[in-house]
Write a protein that binds this ligand. Structure first.
Ligand SMILES: [Zn+2]
Length: 217
């Protein structure tokens, strides 16, 4: 059986469905992925160009394919509300999709149900579930921290989101605006700057401000 797996619905991870899907018996994804993908495509007038997952799962999906056992897990909303963690158990390789932007600012897709609070829990749970020998693949990296790594990267991402949330809650407590919180930035996350620029971190602080002020915590 030939399977195509969508880690989540974003176009840079599903636009290949129309091409690669022709060689796959099934396209597999979390149950929210086709819904979110269709909603985005309707906004962009690109529904015709989409091919959607035809096999979906809610919490876990597991099957042997050839010599591999593949397990997909959904640990709740993180980057979106449809992120699968894909474990190739024999090879001990895990694809994290966009649950890890490796040492760089993340895209936090609030419109698709993202939650930085649960994202931290997902990363900590994944850290515990896998081992030092597990090879991780990430949706995005940077020139010094690429798209392959070890589970320590998961904790680095969790620490980054924890720092974002603390900076925002401290700022709100001190009566700061979202622009003031973004301008202050984060101490100690130089590896998350892109080409030395803190703009992406500032953008993430604004998004987390939006998240925590619109959500009942
Ligand atoms: Zn994404």
């Amino acid at each position: 059986m030939d399977l195509l797996i969508n880690s989540h619905h974003h176009g840079d991870h599903t636009a290949g469905n129309a091409v690669l899907g022709a060689d796959a018996d099934h396209i597999l994804a979390h149950a929210n992925v086709p819904i979110l993908q269709r909603r985005s495509a309707e906004k962009n007038n690109s529904v015709e160009a989409q091919k959607f997952a035809d096999v979906t799962f809610e919490e876990t999906w597991e099957e042997s394919v050839g010599d591999e056992n593949i397990k997909l897990s959904y640990f709740g909303p993180g980057h979106t509300s449809g992120d699968a963690i894909i474990h190739f158990q024999e090879a001990n390789v895990v694809h994290m999709g966009d649950l890890v932007f490796n040492h760089r600012p993340a895209y936090i897709d609030l419109a698709a149900g993202a939650s930085t609070r649960n994202w931290i829990s997902i990363l900590e749970r994944a850290y515990k579930e896998f081992t030092d020998d597990t090879v991780f693949i990430y949706g995005h990296g940077n020139p010094t921290h690429g798209i392959l790594g070890t589970r320590d990267d998961l904790l680095a991402s969790a620490d980054y989101f924890t720092a974002l949330r603390k900076a925002v809650s401290d700022g709100i407590r001190d009566g700061k605006t979202t622009d003031e919180i973004a301008a202050k930035g984060l101490e100690g996350f130089d590896s998350f700057k892109v080409n030395g620029s803190a703009d992406g971190i500032a953008g993430n602080l604004k998004t987390v401000f939006e998240e925590v002020t619109q959500t009942v915590e």
